[in-house]
Structures are given as C-alpha cells and as structure tokens.
Design a protein around this ligand. Structure first.
Ligand code: CAA
Length: 379
C-alpha cells in the first residue's frame, strides 16, 4: 500500500468505525438501509473511485478502489456492496455509454447523491444469463419493456438501473442494455427479499409493464447488451472479491483479539496450538486472497483484459470469506453464535458473496473455458 492509499484508508476507516459501525447490529436486525451513510461515503469520494474527474469521479485506480471496498467491508459488507454495484453501473456507463449518457447520469452516481443498480437476473435465468426473457419491443422513438427482474441489489433505493432485455432472437446476441430511471412509467418494484444476510442492503424484484425507454437510453447497439453485462461483471467480480477480503479480515481480527483475552484451563485460548493453527490458516487465506485481488486489480489498471484472473480472484476471496468467518465463529464458541459479537453477522454476509455476480461454480466455468482456449492454442 502506498502513502496515498494508507491515508485514504485511515480516513475512511475512521468514518466507517465512528459513524456506520455503531448502527450495524441494530440495522441488521431491523433490515434498515440509511441513505445518509451512503452519502457520507460519497463525501469521502469513495462512491465513484475509478471514474474520471470529468464526471465527478475521483480518477483513482482499481487497486485504490479495492482497498476502499476492503475498508468499508470490514465494518459493513452490505454498504460495501451498495458502493460496488453502484460503481459497476458507473463503469458500464463510462465504458459503453455515449457522451450524452455519461454527462446525464454519471455525476449523481459518482458523488453518492444517487445509487445505481444492475438488472440481469430473472427467476428462470440466473447462471444462464443469456436465456433472459424480459422483452424490449421496438416502437416509435424507443422501446417498450415487459418482464420481471429478480434479486436486484439496491432495488427500490437506486435511481439508475442498467436493464438487460431481449430485442432479438434467443441467446446472447438477442440481448440489449438499457438505462431505466426510478419513477419511469410502467416500472415498479415487487417483493423485497427476506435474506440470510446483507440485511441492510435491500434486494427487490423489478417489474416492467409496458415501460417506455427512449432510444437514447439504449447502451451501444441492439444485440450488444450481453457483452455490456459481461464486461461490467468482469470488473464487478474483482470488487466482490475485495469485499470478501475485508469481510474475512474483520473475522480474523475478531477471532485473534478474542482468543488472546478469553481464558480457559488457566490460559488464553490463543495459546492452544489447535486454535493457533486454525488462525494461522485463516491469516494465510486472507493474505493469499488479497494478493489475488490485487493481481486482478492491476490487470484492470493496466487495461489487460483478463476475465480468468477476475473470476479466480472472486472464487478465491469469497470462498475465503465463507471459511474464515465460519472459523471465527468457531474460535469465539458460544458467544460467536450470538449477536453480542459481529462474527455471526459477517458469516451470514459472507455466504451470498459466493453466489452473486456469478456463483463460484460459474467462476470455475469461466476459468475452465479460458484454460481450454489457452491449451488448444498451444497444441
Ligand atoms: N466480456 C465481454 N464479453 C463477454 C465476456 C466478457 N467477460 N464473456 C462472454 N462475453 C461475450 C462472448 O464473447 C460472446 O459474444 P461473441 O459471440 O460476440 O463473442 C457472448 O458474450 C456470449 O458468450 P458465451 O457464449 O460465453 O455465453 P454463455 O451463455 O455460455 O454464458 C457465462 C457465459 C459465463 C456462463 C455467463 O452467462 C455468466 O457469467 N453467468 C453468470 C451470470 C451472473 O454473473 N449474474 C450476476 C447477476 S448480477 C449480480 O449478482 C449483482 C448483484 O446483485 C450483486
């Protein structure tokens, strides 16, 4: 970490610990999201980290962004996720949007005034994303959207949605990407999901019933929406990986601190070799995941397209988050299973990291496909 990154993380950690942390246990129990916390993160310049200054972003690197997410995730995985999904929307707009779209939608997102959300999944198309059924029928001046999107992170609190819908034949080539605003006629929200974790991050259905979207709100050309989604997800997966590292680091911190003070059999439980080995393995997992995240972030900063490395980082760091948080609960024992300590919350928040932005089985599919291509090319 360079001096700038250290300073950025120090200030951000103070905000997260002083302002967000004291509410986490209560808000997790109540399922309460607070827009003022998100705006507060915006005031620290971390809601549009990698976006150009021209559009209100901080103009920093993806590596800087990963440190930021790790820091927020140490206090709240759901707020880190809200930032990361909104940032993925910005990356998509910046990469695939035209100048008018960027000027119109980016500043409110980069500043943290508004939140962005990404709508790809449907009830029957999760992993097989290219089979989505929501339609966008061409009409005079635009398109009419019909269909329902499922499990949308920040559904209902976001103002700008990137929505993938079918304009053509079956499969990936028939998908187009659209920008849809909260409040658009024919766009409403369905049920809020009751979840195991991520309680402070709302997840909702999006319902489109004859929702008109102007042609100027289509990203790229018709039929390029699947590539838009996959390009956004490549980078999004590294962000989810960075959140996994933050989540795991917090669990490790809690486990080591607790085990140094908890006495059993007249000694600190840390001094039992059984627990030492466990915590050494936890630390090894966290550090190796972090290295993988920064290798992937570096490839993004160097503009070397490397979906394989992005998927590897996501797979490694989110499996690490699940393992390390589970082990942290074990180290704390009975109190670890109660809300008196935050490790059970981090364990619940870790689980879905292995599922969102492509399950870890899908990450293996991506890795294997790349391996096949590489080895066939060398044959
Ligand atoms: N970047 C750009 N384009 C890509 C790409 C990438 N990383 N990966 C694939 N494409 C393109 C391909 O090049 C191809 O286009 P061409 O024919 O023009 O070359 C097109 O997309 C179709 O590719 P595939 O044939 O590989 O597509 P597939 O149907 O076999 O699916 C998959 C591939 C990897 C399994 C994909 O469906 C996938 O990633 N599934 C998981 C879905 C997912 O991640 N959902 C996340 C939901 S969002 C979320 O979770 C956010 C949140 O709320 C937190």
């Amino acid at each position: 970490m360079n001096d700038f990154q250290k300073e950025l993380c120090r200030n951000l950690a103070k905000y997260c610990q002083d302002v967000i942390e004291p509410h986490m246990e209560h808000d997790d129990a109540e399922g309460k999201f607070r827009m003022e916390f998100f705006k507060g993160l915006g005031d620290y310049g971390v809601t549009g980290v990698t976006l150009p200054e021209l559009y209100g972003g901080a103009g920093l690197t993806y590596s800087d962004y990963c440190y930021v997410l790790e820091e927020i995730a140490k206090v709240s995985v759901p707020y880190a996720v809200t930032v990361s999904v909104s940032s993925m929307v910005q990356t998509i707009l910046n990469e695939y949007g035209n100048e008018d779209q960027k000027r119109k939608y980016l500043p409110a997102l980069t500043s943290g005034e508004e939140i962005g959300a990404f709508a790809l999944s449907e009830s029957h198309s999760g992993s097989d994303a290219a089979s989505l059924k929501t339609t966008a029928k061409k009409v005079d001046g635009g398109y009419v959207l019909n269909g329902t999107k499922m499990w949308i992170t920040s559904g209902g609190i976001a103002k700008t949605y990137i929505v993938m819908a079918r304009t053509g034949a079956e499969g990936a080539k028939g998908v187009s990407a659209f920008i849809v605003r909260d409040g658009a006629q024919g766009f409403s929200y369905g049920k809020a999901e009751k979840k195991m974790g991520w309680k402070t991050s709302p997840t909702k259905e999006l319902i489109f019933e004859n929702c008109f979207v102007a042609t100027e709100d289509r990203l790229l050309e018709e039929g390029q929406g699947f590539n838009v989604a996959m390009g956004g997800l490549d980078r999004g997966r590294v962000a989810i990986a960075a959140i996994g590292v933050g989540c795991a680091q917090r669990a490790l911190d809690e486990a080591v601190s607790y085990s140094l003070t908890r006495q059993q059999f007249k000694q600190a439980i840390f001094d039992f070799q059984g627990l030492q080995f466990m915590m050494a393995d936890m630390a090894l997992e966290v550090e190796s995941s972090r290295l993988m995240v920064f290798a992937a972030a570096k490839s993004i900063d160097e503009k070397v397209h490397n979906s394989k490395l992005c998927s590897m980082a996501k797979l490694k760091a989110t499996d690490c988050a699940m393992k390390v948080t589970t082990d942290a609960v074990q180290v704390l024992g009975g109190v670890g299973y109660t809300a008196e300590y935050p490790v059970e919350r981090f364990m619940r928040d870790a689980k879905v990291l292995q599922i969102v932005e492509g399950t870890n089985q899908i990450q293996r599919v991506v890795i294997a496909r790349h391996l096949k291509k590489e080895y066939e090319n060398h044959a």
